[in-house]
Design a protein around this ligand. Structure first.
Ligand code: MG
Length: 162
């Protein structure tokens, strides 16, 4: 059996935080505001993982009202989502992430983010794609107010006899 999950996350810029995407420190300033490290890529990924196995959403497991997650590295959330995926008998087939940002230019960082996400998920880099795009100056990303990340995950039954 195969199943698909989708996740979206948005955070606004904050001048005094590092920018962390997919577990990679992309910039030292103009990071994202948020309760945890505000890694929009990993938050979208967590929702996609949970969605694929019908396990709800990130806020149910890691509410921003919980002080335990203040400043937390979002890789913790990915690890838990991955645990739920495998507990329900599924393994990741592939992951596709799109980051929508006018700034910074993510081209030079895509390979590192891909490698980071693959290693976090315990899968091969060929199973992970990281795309970066802009909205051509339109909307909140175009106005450089924040970043949007979208993730799609395909999982397959780990006990399919392969
Ligand atoms: Mg978030």
């Amino acid at each position: 059996m195969i199943r698909i999950g989708h996740g979206v996350d948005v955070h606004k810029f904050s001048s005094d935080r590092p920018l962390i995407l997919g577990g990679v420190r992309v910039a030292d300033r103009w990071g994202l505001e948020g309760h945890s490290d505000a890694d929009a890529v990993l938050h979208a990924l967590v929702d996609a993982l949970l969605g694929a196995v019908g396990a709800g959403d990130i806020g149910e497991y890691f509410p921003s009202s919980d002080e335990r997650w203040r400043g937390a590295a979002s890789s913790v959330f990915v690890t838990e989502a991955l645990r739920l995926v495998s507990e329900r008998g599924f393994a990741i087939a592939n992951v596709d992430v799109t980051v929508v940002a006018e700034t910074p230019k993510l081209g030079p960082h895509k390979a590192k983010i891909r490698s980071s996400v693959a290693s976090m998920l315990g899968i091969d880099e060929v199973q992970v794609n990281i795309a970066a795009t802009t909205t051509d100056g339109l909307g909140f990303t175009g106005r450089r107010e924040g970043i949007c990340a979208l993730a799609t995950v395909l999982v397959e039954s780990a006990s399919s006899g392969r």
